[in-house]
Design a protein around this ligand. Structure first.
Ligand SMILES: [Ca+2]
Ligand SMILES: [Ca+2]
Ligand SMILES: [Ca+2]
Length: 224
């Protein structure tokens, strides 16, 4: 029996379409959770770094100021009076901005982070920090957080506060942190890095096989 060419196409095209669509759907974005805690930054014996770019957990934090930015590991030897403390390394910066990006340029969601005033009784007091999320697709979202004014160095009171952001800080390409005044400290930035998996190769291979089979059958029918 000779099956007309048009009927063959009608028979196989929907099946191929379903397989290709399913293969594409398997290229789904995946959110990988990550905590950027600055524990992977090595500091000198005097207890702090001073770098334009600080790298931690595959993220870069850039601060264009010529001084007053980096990571503090020892708030007692690095500062007088003692700087904010949470018992771990943290990022510090002067007023002005810190720009946060993924080292590989990946899209990310910013979920939460810890923030503190760096020092008590400084020449001017930090009262708020503005967080601006720049969407990878364009546009931005901003949020201003008013700090509690509490910072007394190691022990004593809790220096850091945790900020949990709204669902607006999703699909970002970069985030800037701007203190309204004076030095501030950041730590434990909880992010989700968006990665896209490869298409399901077995399914694409199968749809390729069906396509080749269809072509061969057409050739056989045409020859008969
Ligand atoms: Ca830390
Ligand atoms: Ca505080
Ligand atoms: Ca304290």
């Amino acid at each position: 029996m000779i099956i007309p060419k048009d009927d063959l196409m009608k028979k196989y095209i929907p099946l191929i379409a379903v397989l290709v669509l399913f293969g594409s759907a398997s290229s789904l974005a995946k959110a990988v959770p990550l905590v950027i805690d600055f524990e992977d930054v090595i500091t000198p014996s005097y207890g702090y770094t001073s770098k334009v770019d600080t790298k931690s957990n595959d993220f870069i934090f850039s601060n264009p100021l010529p001084y007053g930015k980096g990571v503090i590991s020892d708030p007692v030897s690095a500062c007088s009076p003692a700087c904010a403390s949470n018992g771990t390394n943290y990022l510090y910066g002067q007023s002005g901005l810190y720009n946060m990006t993924s080292e590989q340029g990946l899209m990310f969601d910013l979920i939460s982070f810890d923030v503190a005033e760096l020092q008590p009784a400084h020449t001017s007091n930090l009262t708020s920090i503005e967080i601006v999320g720049n969407y990878l697709a364009g546009g931005s979202v901003s949020y201003i957080f008013n700090l509690d004014g509490i910072v007394d160095g190691p022990s004593g009171l809790e220096d850091f506060e945790s900020i949990i952001l709204s669902n607006s800080f999703l699909g970002l390409g970069s985030v800037t942190f701007t203190a309204n005044n004076d030095y501030f400290a950041l730590d434990n930035l909880v992010v989700e890095v968006i990665t896209v998996s490869e298409p399901a190769m077995p399914l694409l291979f199968l749809s390729g096989l069906i396509f080749v089979g269809m072509m061969r059958r057409k050739a056989v029918l045409a020859a008969s």
